[in-house]
Design a protein around this ligand. Structure first.
Ligand SMILES: *[C@@H]1O[C@H](CO)[C@@H](O)[C@H](O)[C@H]1NC(C)=O
Ligand SMILES: *[C@@H]1O[C@H](CO)[C@@H](O)[C@H](O)[C@H]1NC(C)=O
Ligand SMILES: *[C@@H]1O[C@H](CO)[C@@H](O)[C@H](O)[C@H]1NC(C)=O
Length: 382
């Protein structure tokens, strides 16, 4: 998660880097330059769009900037791309940007295709520029360019110019954070607080009369976050603050199975007792890239409990690996998961990139990405 741009940059840039490294026979230096460069470019555009507070929220932030970041990776890694060609590639890349936010309400799988089309768009942009096609050099700041199209106009153009002037290499990638729970960024802090409260409340969840969840305005307003459902799939439960807080209180855990409990009547009833509110001081904290939250619970006998956290308890490197093993267990054998992690640690050149891609695509073919009854079956097993 990159907070300043509201986007998930690794998953946009790294697949493009792996593919380009394999196809164009990059060495390790190029690989590293690609990853860092792609992050920096995506952050430059993402922060320019995001910081104005004016951006059109119907578009997904990752979709808006993904192809630009992926093209940036290819440009930075490959010295043979002249600055003219780089400009043309970036111009095409913003034209390949895409991604609506409707998935957040209905749980559609376009949340994943946004990332893939962005990576592919970045690579195609470079190829078009290499083939000699040219794009508009005012595509960012022009009258009908990116910034005006996304509703953030000159504010963003100014921010982008400032980035060019004050370029601080590495600031982008070092701003990446790692979520503790496989859900939306905006549910992370309330869930962490609710998980702590579930310890305190053990055995008394049935006596809850009301739950007040206080979050930033950004969290409350983000598509899908202030949602009571009804839910029929895991992709929308991963967005809802009401769902996450209720599931954390009832189950005391927040893993894939917890996100699959949308058929659980106790959970549905608890969700209806939740109200989501905001706090001005939290909005101030959000402008400083912190995301506080407070959860207040009242039992039927009048007893009150409350807990809060100043920010998301972001994960560090070893915790990221641990979470990877937990999530990967759904798709890979534990032996393959260990090999994937090892392949990431020893990534070096086109050959090791190809080997990693091969391992990743050994993913069990039995797991369909289509809407199916599998989620419900798994729910009834619990
Ligand atoms: C990697 O490849 C680039 C581009 O061909 C080249 O400039 C650089 O010297 C290479 N680096 C190493 C360590 O081989
Ligand atoms: C905004 O940008 C347009 C186009 O570049 C320019 O003509 C206009 O003067 C700018 N407006 C402000 C308030 O900076
Ligand atoms: C998203 O929802 C669909 C439909 O329920 C499901 O098949 C898919 O596995 C979900 N994605 C994830 C990552 O859980």
């Amino acid at each position: 998660m990159h907070l300043g741009s509201g986007a998930h940059i690794g998953v946009l840039v790294i697949p493009a880097v792996l593919a380009l490294a394999q196809r164009d026979r990059w060495n390790g230096t190029q690989l590293l330059k690609g990853v860092v460069g792609g992050y920096e470019m995506a952050v430059a555009l993402g922060e320019s769009i995001h910081h104005s507070g004016l951006r059109n929220p119907h578009f997904r932030a990752s979709g808006m900037i993904g192809a630009f970041g992926a093209a940036g990776a290819g440009i930075v890694a490959d010295d043979s791309i002249t600055s003219d060609k780089a400009m043309n590639a970036l111009g095409f890349a913003v034209n390949f940007a895409a991604g609506m936010n409707e998935w957040a309400w209905s749980g559609g799988l376009e949340i994943y295709t946004h990332m893939g089309t962005a990576s592919r768009g970045g690579i195609t942009s470079i190829d078009l520029a290499r083939a000699g096609l040219y794009s508009s050099d005012t595509v960012l700041e022009g009258k009908d360019g990116v910034f005006n199209a996304y509703g953030c106009g000159n504010e963003s153009a100014g921010k982008f110019r400032a980035w060019l002037k004050e370029f601080d290499c590495g600031a982008g990638i070092m701003g990446a954070r790692f979520k503790p729970v496989a859900g939306c960024n905006f549910i992370q802090t309330p869930l962490a607080v609710a998980l702590r409260l579930s310890e305190t409340l053990k055995g008394r969840v049935q006596q809850i009369e009301s739950i007040r969840v206080v979050v930033t305005t950004a969290a409350k307003n983000y598509p899908g976050c202030n949602s009571y459902g009804p839910f029929d799939n895991i992709n929308s439960t991963k967005m809802s603050i009401q769902y996450g807080v209720s599931a954390a209180l009832i189950l005391g855990r927040m893993d894939e199975l917890a996100f699959r409990q949308y058929g659980n009547h106790e959970l549905q009833a608890l969700m209806r007792k939740c109200v989501i509110e905001t706090d001005d001081s939290y909005d101030q904290a959000f402008s400083e890239r912190r995301q506080p939250s407070r959860v207040e619970i009242r039992l039927q006998d009048g007893t009150k409990y409350q807990d809060s956290s100043e920010d998301v308890p972001w994960l560090d490197g070893p915790a990221v690996e641990e979470r990877f093993y937990e999530e990967a267990a759904q798709s890979y054998s534990s032996e393959t998961a260990v090999r994937i992690v090892k392949a990431c640690h020893t990534l070096e050149d086109e050959t090791t990139c190809a080997a990693l891609l091969e391992l990743l695509s050994s993913h069990g073919a039995n797991r369909s990405l289509h809407r199916s009854t599998a989620d419900l079956k798994e729910t009834s097993r619990l």
